[in-house]
Write a protein that binds this ligand. Structure first.
Ligand code: GLY
Length: 579
């Protein structure tokens, strides 16, 4: 019954934000926003949050308006999404936060990826026949990596927060959202029915997300009292409340009851790590992105390096010529991903070589702009899997020019579908991102080598690509996306749409995207490209596979003193909010 007043005041807060933005808007829009554009970004001058869920974006903007910096706001958004976008926002998963600090000019990467429990072994996901058993790596307690989000968020505030907000204050809004409830609307209403198959095995999950055995209906309220208690415990006692004691024990019990091997020591030992960002450049812009254990930054830079010598602008946005060039540049990068990438604490990843211009030149020399290169030794018969990925990405910029690109995940939509009883915490199935054996595909059809095999304490290879670009040393763009293996290609195309094709940010995010990951040898295309273009691509030798949309590239761009915000229109409920 207390839900309404809070929500009403929350929504009232949202309209206040739009009114304030309208009142302070100067007479002319920045020149980059073409008046005849089909889509326009949100404009603001001080701060902006672009995320996959409106209430969470509003939480972040509220922190910015109260004097918090981008990191403070990003942490508040991270906890809020765990409540309002439960299929991807999380406490029970992990991810990566890229932080740019305006004062020092440094950009650092916080790695809070899940880790393999200490009792993990390289063969743990093989069945009796010696072949990968997806049930083990995706649908059992073995699939759950030790969650990193709570330690990651705490580390971010401690190291890079403004000092004006404590972790406790940044968690406060999410406690309220969980306790008082949120309406089952937009993406929540769209995604819950699809999760029932996984959740129906777990009464602890159904008790929260279902009614009478069916997904909570559109228009009802999702109240997460246990999650509120967990958030409240973290608020009062800090991250140890999650990693040690009752909550950790409940998580471990849920994992072990479903066949897993996680222990209380695994939880207690989890550490988030700060790593140097991967750096690159493209047509006069510089960029920082996520280093291993994500493959995202390395391959984003690698693909941009290959593309740099092509005149994409002259080829034209959405033309067969430019899409073919993009696809051919993606292939060698994904082939390298399969061979070289893994946890940098366990294997030596040749980041410098992979991201060098000289290496790109060699790879470009093998590309034929008129004919697709076939992926070697493709085994037919393994269709591209269509597991719904549910990672989520959000971008934050504050008035000082600090910026955060954060991508985090439970892996599948609602992770394993398992809520650890008594905690309200949905658990990830991230262990499937390891290679069950060399050459085996994960849920996204990605193959890997021994570099990404399962080892105790290792972090599974990711594709998450939170990225920040700079022009003349100044902040230019903050971007990234969910999408499993398509995260890298999605982020790439937002960047090329802006830099090569002069799109405003809203158009750059909305434009139809393509994806090629070397194996399977197929060019995935979103709806929106013309049949003529697809025909021309097929004539160049591409195996064109039209399919569903992918990604949610919630991004921010800074130009002419203005912030442009664009929430991806591919899902309902996404929101860029500025002030
Ligand atoms: N679970 C998807 C990724 O990390 O790439």
């Amino acid at each position: 019954m207390r839900a309404k007043p809070f929500l009403l005041s929350f929504f009232a807060g949202l309209s206040a934000i739009s009114v304030a933005a309208a009142q302070t808007a100067p007479p002319a829009a920045p020149p980059i926003i073409a008046q005849n554009a089909r889509l326009l970004p949100v404009l603001a001058q001080k701060g902006m949050v672009a995320s996959q869920e409106r209430l969470a974006s509003a939480v972040g903007v509220d922190i910015l308006k109260r004097g918090g910096n981008a990191v403070d706001a990003a942490v508040a958004v991270g906890f809020a999404l765990a409540v309002t976008l439960p299929r991807a926002g999380n406490l029970g998963g992990g991810g990566f936060m890229l932080v740019h600090l305006a004062k020092t000019g440094e950009t650092v990467a916080i790695d809070y990826r899940e880790i393999a429990p200490a009792a993990s072994t390289p063969t743990m996901f093989l069945g009796a026949n010696g072949e990968p058993d997806p049930q083990k790596s995706r649908d059992s307690g073995l699939s759950v990596g030790v969650p990193g989000t709570v330690r990651g968020m705490a580390l971010a505030v401690e190291k890079y927060g403004s000092g004006k907000f404590t972790l406790a204050q940044l968690i406060e809004p999410s406690v309220k959202l969980a306790r008082e409830g949120i309406p089952v609307e937009e993406d929540l209403a769209d995604s819950l029915p699809g999760a029932m198959g996984r959740m129906s095995k777990f009464p602890s999950s159904m008790a929260i997300f279902a009614k009478d055995g069916k997904a909570l209906p559109r228009g009802s309220m999702l109240v997460q009292a246990e999650l509120a208690n967990t958030l409240e415990a973290i608020r009062q006692q800090g991250p140890d409340a999650f990693y040690k004691g009752r909550i950790a024990e409940q998580i471990v019990a849920a994992v072990r009851e479903t066949g897993g091997i996680m222990t209380a020591e695994d939880m207690a030992n989890y550490k988030a790590v700060i790593r140097p960002a991967v750096k690159g450049s493209y047509r006069g812009y510089t960029l920082a992105s996520m280093p291993p254990p994500s493959s995202g930054g390395v391959h984003l830079v690698q693909i941009l390096n290959i593309l740099e010598d092509y005149d994409l602008k002259a080829m034209g946005a959405g033309s067969a010529a430019s899409l073919h060039a993009l696809a051919e540049a993606m292939k060698p990068a994904y082939a390298d991903r399969a061979t070289f990438l893994g946890d940098p604490d366990r294997v030596k990843v040749p980041v410098k070589g992979l991201t060098s211009k000289a290496y790109a030149e060699k790879q470009r020399a093998k590309i034929d702009l008129a004919k697709a290169t076939k992926a070697d030794d493709i085994k037919s018969g393994d269709p591209m899997p269509h597991e719904s990925d549910q990672t989520t990405h959000y971008s934050v910029v504050d008035a000082e020019g600090n910026a955060v690109a954060n991508t985090y995940t439970l892996n599948f939509s609602y992770g394993m579908g398992l809520v650890a009883a008594g905690t309200g915490v949905l658990l990830n199935n991230e262990m499937d991102d390891f290679s069950a054996k060399p050459g085996a595909q994960n849920a996204y059809g990605l193959v890997g080598s021994d570099a990404n095999s399962v080892h105790p304490g290792a972090r599974p290879l990711s594709s998450m690509t939170p990225t920040i670009l700079f022009k003349d040393g100044k902040l230019f763009m903050v971007t990234g996306s969910p999408g499993g293996s398509r995260i890298i290609s999605t982020t790439l195309q937002v960047i090329t749409n802006v830099i090569d094709f002069d799109m405003n940010l809203a158009e750059a995010v909305a434009a139809p995207r393509i994806h090629h990951q070397w194996k399977p040898d197929a060019l995935l295309v979103e709806p929106g490209l013309s049949p003529d273009t697809l025909k021309l691509l097929a004539e160049r030798g591409q195996t064109v596979r039209p399919g569903a949309t992918s990604g949610s590239a919630n991004s921010i761009l800074l130009q002419g003193g203005w912030l442009q915000g664009a929430a991806d229109p591919r899902q309902r409920g996404t929101a860029a909010i500025g002030y």
